[in-house]
Design a protein around this ligand. Structure first.
Ligand code: 5GP
Ligand code: MN
Length: 338
């Protein structure tokens, strides 16, 4: 991490700092942001965390959550003012400014020094100091390393550690994805050492379903799952009416795509969610098939090789048709032995 010297110099005296992360933050996005915020506050900086949109309530336990500003619920001029006033902007867990909606262009033009800490593929070149490691399992892993390499590991307390643990736990699929390296386990060992209660965090994130979310999951799996054996592919498509019927909240569809991927013989899974005028997609794969390439090429998206997302402005049925019509192009990649 050669940029650590530049970052150390930047943070040498108290600064006004903004931390932001991607649209619909997940546990890695929010955990990295609040973990870093907790550390920077301890170092005497003034820190504001702004997310582009809201996020699931099962993340609300994180220390610092109540101070987070949500751009889509704030006045645009206030957020612009903060963006233009701060000395430093940390961009966490995203690789392209389009992932933070309107805030992206404000940040591109802001006078602040921009620091990118991220593990997504093909980072856009907009930041002054870049910590981009696509082999990292989670941005929270990189946050831990940055704090450690700044010489401040002893400032990582239980509250900060819980935020980072949540990010690493979720982005590794509870330590089962191939990204779960020795380094990941060594960092987790350090977090256990300072007293992070790992089973409590697992329960807070995974065992906090509302009744309607669980019934929605049952409905999606029983009635909405389609398997196309010929292409070792499975998908689930959910309309906005169905979301309404099950009183769906932000985060309620998280993890659904993994059920489609869990079917024996399936190597490619997709989830389509109709949201307002757009269809949001989640893609997952096992093995060599790159959903990052697939999402970039066909659905204005991206992410990682085995987990990516995208959007479509076609109606949901046409979006699904387009998806199905693309599968024959990838038949060789999909049906080869994994
Ligand atoms: P998820 O399916 O969980 O929303 O996202 C999976 C991965 O793909 C995450 O790393 C996320 O940041 C990335 N991703 C999701 N949607 C998009 C998108 O529309 N564009 C890009 N570039 N990445 C996305
Ligand atoms: Mn991440």
């Amino acid at each position: 991490m050669h940029n650590i010297v530049a970052l150390k110099e930047l943070l040498q005296n108290p600064k006004q700092i903004l931390i932001t992360t991607h649209h619909k933050p997940d546990a890695d996005a929010l955990g990295s942001s609040l973990g870093l915020a907790g550390y920077l506050k301890k170092k005497g900086h003034q820190v504001t965390v702004i997310t582009p949109s809201d996020y699931p309530s099962f993340l609300n336990w994180m220390e610092g959550n109540s101070d987070v500003l949500i751009y889509s619920q704030e006045s645009d001029p206030l957020v612009r003012k903060i963006i233009n006033q701060v000395d430093v902007i940390f961009c966490l867990d995203f690789s392209a400014l389009c992932r933070i909606n309107e805030m992206g262009e404000y940040i591109r033009l802001a006078p602040a020094t921009k620091v990118l800490i991220d593990h997504h593929l093909e980072p856009e070149n907009f930041a002054d100091i870049v910590f981009s490691d696509t082999s990292a399992a989670a941005t929270a892993e990189l946050i831990f390393e940055v704090i450690r390499d700044l010489g401040d590991q002893d400032l990582i307390d239980v509250n900060i550690g819980e935020c980072l643990y949540a990010g690493i736990m979720t982005d590794t699929g509870s330590f089962r994805h191939p990204s779960t390296s020795r380094n990941v386990h060594l960092i987790i060992a350090e977090l256990l050492h300072i007293g992070v209660n790992t089973s409590k965090i697992h329960r807070l994130i995974y065992d906090s379903h509302t009744e309607s979310r669980l019934r929605f999951l049952g409905y999606a799996l029983k009635d909405k799952l389609t398997i196309i054996r010929e292409f070792k592919t499975a998908y689930i498509a959910i309309t906005s009416d169905e979301l309404k019927e099950y009183d769906s909240r932000t985060g309620d569809t998280e993890g659904l795509v993994n059920f489609a991927l869990s079917i024996e013989g399936v190597v490619f899974a997709a989830l389509f969610i109709e949201r307002n005028t757009l269809v949001k997609m989640s893609f997952r794969s096992v093995g060599d098939f790159s959903v990052n390439d697939f999402a970039r090429k066909h659905f204005e998206g991206g992410g990682h090789r085995n987990a990516a997302g995208g959007v479509s402005s076609l109606p949901i049925t046409e979006t699904v048709q387009k998806f199905i019509s693309l599968l024959p192009l990838y038949k060789n990649d999909l049906v080869k032995d994994q």
